[in-house]
Design a protein around this ligand. Structure first.
Ligand code: PRX
Length: 647
């Protein structure tokens, strides 16, 4: 596989933290030679320890690894207080609303607001260390205050993306045993108000949650339902609270947050991240991959409801003392030039987004970037899904003016931060390629029996050594943690973390991600389990059997394709709308399928296993190459193909 190579911009390299591949290899070799020493050096340099740690890495309970054991620190100190002496007046958060209003929040102001919020949570709502607080919030500064306030007092936040439905929200509130929910009346999108509080009301209406209070931020001032005694208004209460709230000394391994994500089986899992390892890697990866410094203005377009928003809107940028942009709206409103207008106006230096957004912006406004001055940009980033070469090329040339590195960052909710990515001042880039593991990260492409794959052969992407920001467990389900990520470890003969992604290495060692190898679908960078979608569809009385697969999609990367077998005697003339309404209700609009077809049966082996590969091929209109003679009923394949073609 030969691909064009784009060397780093020499002007950028001159100033970069990691300025050559030699420098990269020096760091990586240092980690290989003395893994604990490597991490100790950075932990001592970057973290303000309130009391020293005993051990860098404790592997005695593997795969439940512990980092910087017994050390004490506080993440809100890392992100705010320790910067105050040198840069109190620097903008910490630059907020731009959907309708264009801009607010600069300095580190000093951020400190005051986070302290006030921390006091409010403690004094008004009785939140204490270890309590779970669910955030169902829009992209407004109060969301950042809430996250950092939780970190300050040692409460564990669990953010639920605002696109999830009441049912999905309730499941997550219940699973986490949350005591408090923080939400907003709503916010603005595309110039219009939308509502969030009503979803929280619905979520709490039934079920058995432990929620005693709902803190409501008034953002759009639309009329909302108010439950006396339970609901508290942030805007009315906040001024009564002191701007001084001493931070709680937290142990390195105390949980910092939970974030629910989908797996290949069962319900979404509460990925648990801890304090020291997470914040260390959030800052290190921020500094290496985006190389932020000085007056840089960093904009990550993710939503705080996803891991990208956690690590690269809030924790990474603030730990690194940079200015982070928070944007309430969408980059295509009022037109496809919005993002580029923001880059020009604010002089944004690093821009980080998902390939779906790049494809949309490309399609809607190919020439749009040329209308703006984008010369402030230094580094462009992508995340969440594979980027295709045409989108990459447009991003590189039209947005980056052919002088910005594109960092194609591969990582996951579970990894906490970037794992495989170019370094903008060092790595010669191959388009649409995640390139090399970051220094300190040991990635391998292996067979399911642990043998490394040869050059050019696709295998399983694994991380072979624990790293500081890794998932520690699944909330309330440690067995699932071991099974989901380490069950093949014994086969491999060593404890390796299985990512669920496929990858291939080329002769120069470059790693390209080939996509999920499990039953996880990636729609516009949003991760969904086929099992989770199937469980919802199965709830419908008329459905006998269901199978969900992914189909490649020009913009979204993948879309959802559902095969349904109806029960005998059931006729459903509007199956698509009916099932999509159910999916929207149970999961959210992101789970709606592009294709839902009724078929006479599913292709199964004689032992009853559904042959998903055949269903994937049919969804893609590919020729069926596998042997179907061993199926229980080989004729079913032709009949499904005919239905799929007509759909
Ligand atoms: O399949 C990979 C894909 O996104 C998955 C992780 O999803 P999530 O936990 O929601 O986190 C997304 C943001 C980090 C991975 O298993 N993925 C992530 N980054 C890339 C990617 N696929 C290809 N290239 C990437 N750069």
């Amino acid at each position: 596989m030969t691909r064009e190579i784009f060397p780093p911009n020499p002007n950028f390299s001159q100033e970069a933290r990691v300025n050559s591949m030699d420098a990269y290899w020096r760091l990586q070799n240092q980690a290989l030679e003395d893994y604990e020493g490597f991490w100790r050096g950075f932990a001592d340099e970057k973290i303000e320890w309130l009391s020293p740690y005993e051990k860098v890495l404790d592997e005695s309970k593997a795969p439940f690894y512990e980092w910087f054991t017994k050390g004490q620190l506080n993440v809100s100190n890392q992100c705010i207080d320790r910067h105050l002496a040198t840069q109190a007046d620097k903008t910490a958060i630059l907020f731009e609303g959907d309708r264009g209003e801009v607010e600069h929040i300095s580190y000093a102001q951020l400190s005051q607001r986070v302290n006030q919020m921390a006091n409010l949570l403690k004094e008004e709502l009785g939140v204490a260390k270890g309590d779970r607080v669910v955030l169902y919030m829009p992209m407004i500064p109060e969301s950042a205050y809430a996250m950092l306030a939780c970190a300050r007092i040692g409460a564990i936040h669990s953010i639920v993306f605002g696109g999830f439905s009441a049912e999905a929200l309730r499941d997550r509130i219940e699973d986490a045993g949350a005591k408090v929910v923080i939400t907003a009346d709503g916010a603005y999108r595309k110039g219009k108000p939308y509502m969030l509080k009503s979803v929280v009301d619905n979520a709490l209406e039934s079920g058995s949650t432990a929620v005693s209070s709902v803190l409501v931020v008034k953002r759009n001032h639309e009329e909302i339902n108010w439950v006396e005694g339970r609901d508290k208004c942030y805007n009315d209460l906040i001024a009564h609270h002191s701007t001084v709230c001493p931070f709680e000394p937290m142990e390195s391994e105390d949980p910092l947050f939970l974030l629910y994500t989908s797996g290949s089986t069962g319900k979404p899992k509460g990925v648990q991240h801890t304090t020291a390892g997470y914040i260390l890697w959030a800052q290190m990866s921020m500094e290496w991959v985006f190389d932020v410094k000085g007056d840089d203005l960093f904009w990550c377009t993710a939503d705080i409801g996803w891991i990208t928003g956690h690590t690269y809107i809030i924790y990474g940028p603030l730990a690194a003392g940079t200015t982070t942009v928070m944007f309430e709206g969408v980059p295509t409103y009022p037109d496809a030039g919005r993002a580029w207008k923001m880059v020009e106006e604010h002089k944004i230096t690093q821009f980080y987004t998902a390939p779906t957004a790049i494809r949309v912006l490309h399609k809607m406004g190919e020439d749009e970037p040329s209308k703006y001055d984008l010369s402030s940009l230094k580094v462009l980033g992508t995340v969440g899904e594979p980027i295709d070469p045409p989108a990459w090329k447009w991003y590189y040339e039209s947005v980056g003016g052919s002088h910005c590195a594109i960092v194609d960052t591969w990582w996951q909710t579970e990894t906490g931060g970037h794992m495989i990515s170019p370094l903008p001042g060092a790595t010669p880039i191959k388009p649409a390629c995640a390139t090399f593991p970051l220094p300190g990260i040991m990635a391998e492409v292996i067979d399911s029996d642990g043998t490394p794959k040869a050059v050019g052969e696709t295998g399983l992407l694994c991380i072979t050594k624990p790293w500081p920001s890794m998932i520690r467990t699944i909330w309330g389900d440690p067995e699932r943690y071991t099974k989901a990520y380490f069950s093949d470890a014994t086969k491999a003969g060593r404890p390796v973390y299985f990512s669920g992604d496929g990858a291939v290495r080329d002769e120069a060692g470059y790693i390209t991600i080939t996509g999920r190898v499990d039953d996880v679908i990636n729609v516009s960078g949003h991760r969904m389990g086929t099992a989770e979608i199937e469980a919802v569809v199965n709830e419908d009385d008329s459905v006998a059997e269901v199978a969900v697969v992914a189909r490649p999609h020009e913009i979204k990367g993948e879309s959802i394709f559902i095969y349904i077998v109806l029960k005998e005697g059931h006729i459903n003339t509007d199956i698509k709308n009916h099932i999509n309404a159910l999916l929207a209700q149970e999961i959210g609009n992101i789970a709606k399928a592009d294709h839902i077809i009724e078929v006479p049966g599913l292709p199964k082996t004689r032992s009853g296993k559904i042959m998903r590969r055949i269903l994937r091929s049919i969804a893609k209109h590919e020729e069926i190459t596998q042997d179907i003679s061993t199926l229980e009923d080989p004729s079913i394949v032709k009949r499904i193909e005919t239905t799929a073609r007509e759909a």
